[in-house]
Design a protein around this ligand. Structure first.
Ligand SMILES: NC(=O)c1ccc[n+]([C@@H]2O[C@H](COP(=O)([O-])OP(=O)(O)OC[C@H]3O[C@@H](n4cnc5c(N)ncnc54)[C@H](OP(=O)(O)O)[C@@H]3O)[C@@H](O)[C@H]2O)c1
Length: 318
C-alpha cells in the first residue's frame, strides 16, 4: 500500500496550497481531507449539510493534532466549509463564486462526493440523481474552477469506481434506464455515471494538458455511508449489511486505505502531466486499465458533447 508520509509536506506560513474536496465530511473523503490538512493544505470541504461538515472539521482537527503532536515535518493547514448541494446546479454555481472570491488559484480539486444505487429519481435540474451528483455537477464544478487550476498547473482527481465495468457496452447518457427491478437497473445507472467520470478525465487530459487529470477507484470500502440506502431498508437491510460486511472482510480495505489512491494522485511528485495525464488508478495507488467503454475516446467525446449540450440547454454555458 502507498504510504502518505512519503508525500510532500507544505508549510502554510511559507506557501499557500489550496484543495477542494467534495463530500469531505464522511468516508473516504474524510480521510482525504485529514491527510491534506496534515500536509499543510488550506482545504475547502464542499458539502450539503453545514452541521455534518462542521462536525467533521472538528473531529479532523482533533485527530490531526493527536497524530502530529511530535512530528516536526507537519504544519497543519486550515479547513473551510463550502456549501454545495450537487443535486442542485445553482448551488454549485454559488459555491464556485464563493471560492473565486477567496482564492486566485486552486492546486487540487477532488471530485469525491457520490450517491450509489439509489431508487430512480430526477433532480430539479432534470437529470437522474446518480448521474447529476456523481458526474454532471462535478463536470460543471470542474469547468468553472478550471481557470484556477490552470493558474498553478493544478490537479483534478475524479472518484470513479470498479462498478463502472457494469456498463459493458456504451449507453447514451440521454437514456434514463428507469426500469424494474430497480436493484438491477440502479447499478447500471451508477456504472454509467462512473464511466462518464473516467471519460471526462480522459477528455480533460486531451483538452487541457496543463492540468493533471486522473480518475480513481478507491477500493471496496464497506464502512462508509455509501451503502446506507441498502443497509437502512426495513427488514432486508440487515441482510444487506451482513452481505457488505462479508464482502468487506474478504475483499475490502479500511476507510483510510480507501483514500490512498486519491492522495497519491493528488500529491505524488512521481506523477507528471506529460507521462500520466488521463490515467486511472485503483486501490492503494496502483495504475490500472479501465473498461473498454471508459477507455474508448469516441465514446468519451460523445459523453462530453452530450454533457455540454445538456448544460447549455439549462442555461449553463461552459
Ligand atoms: N465505498 C466504496 O466501496 C467505494 C467503491 C468505489 C468507489 N467509491 C467512490 O468513492 C467516493 C466516496 O465514497 P464513500 O464511500 O466515502 O461514500 P460516503 O461516505 O457516502 O461519502 C459520500 C459523500 O458525498 C456526499 N454527497 C452525497 N450527495 C451529495 C450532494 N447532493 N451534494 C453534496 N454532497 C453529497 C455525502 O454528503 P452527506 O454526508 O451530506 O450525505 C458524503 O460526504 C464516491 O465517489 C464513491 O462512488 C466508493
Amino acid at each position: 500500500m502507498f504510504d502518505p508520509d512519503t508525500l510532500p509536506y507544505y508549510d502554510p506560513s511559507v506557501e499557500r496550497r489550496t484543495a477542494l474536496v467534495t463530500g469531505g465530511n464522511s468516508g473516504i473523503g474524510w480521510y482525504t481531507v485529514l491527510h491534506l490538512y496534515m500536509h499543510g493544505f488550506a482545504v475547502y470541504l464542499c458539502g450539503r449539510n453545514s452541521s455534518r461538515v462542521n462536525k467533521a472539521m472538528k473531529i479532523i482537527t482533533a485527530e490531526a493534532k493527536k497524530r502530529c503532536a511530535d512530528n516536526p515535518k507537519v504544519h497543519l493547514g486550515s479547513m473551510y466549509y463550502l456549501h454545495a448541494d450537487l443535486a442542485d446546479l445553482q448551488s454549485v454555481e454559488r459555491a464556485v463564486k464563493n471560492v473565486k472570491r477567496k482564492e486566485s488559484k486552486l492546486d487540487i480539486l477532488i471530485n469525491n462526493a457520490a450517491v450509489m444505487a439509489m431508487p430512480y429519481q430526477i433532480t430539479k435540474d432534470g437529470f437522474e440523481i446518480q448521474l447529476q451528483t456523481n458526474y454532471v455537477a462535478h463536470f460543471l464544478l470542474s469547468m468553472r474552477l478550471l481557470p484556477l487550476l490552470q493558474k498553478c498547473n493544478g490537479r483534478l482527481i475524479m472518484l470513479s469506481s470498479v462498478g463502472h465495468n457494469l456498463e459493458f457496452m456504451y449507453c447514451a447518457l440521454g437514456q434514463d434506464w428507469n426500469y424494474r427491478p430497480n436493484c438491477v437497473f440502479t447499478w447500471l445507472r451508477y456504472a454509467m455515471a462512473k464511466t462518464a467520470s473516467i471519460q471526462f478525465v480522459k477528455m480533460m487530459a486531451i483538452k487541457y494538458p496543463e492540468v493533471l487529470c486522473l480518475s480513481v477507484h478507491p477500493g471496496l470500502v464497506m464502512n462508509t455511508n455509501l451503502f446506507s440506502y441498502w443497509t437502512r431498508l426495513p427488514i432486508v437491510g440487515i441482510f444487506f449489511w451482513m452481505l457488505f460486511q462479508i464482502v468487506g472482510f474478504f475483499f475490502g480495505v479500511s476507510n483510510e486505505e480507501g483514500c490512498l489512491a486519491t492522495l497519491k494522485c493528488a500529491l505524488s511528485p512521481e506523477l507528471s502531466r506529460d507521462e500520466d495525464n488521463g490515467k486511472y488508478f485503483v486501490t492503494g495507488g496502483r495504475e490500472a486499465k479501465p473498461s473498454y467503454v471508459a477507455n474508448n475516446l469516441d465514446d468519451a467525446a460523445s459523453t462530453w458533447i452530450w454533457t455540454m449540450h445538456e448544460l447549455r440547454d439549462r442555461g449553463y454555458k461552459v
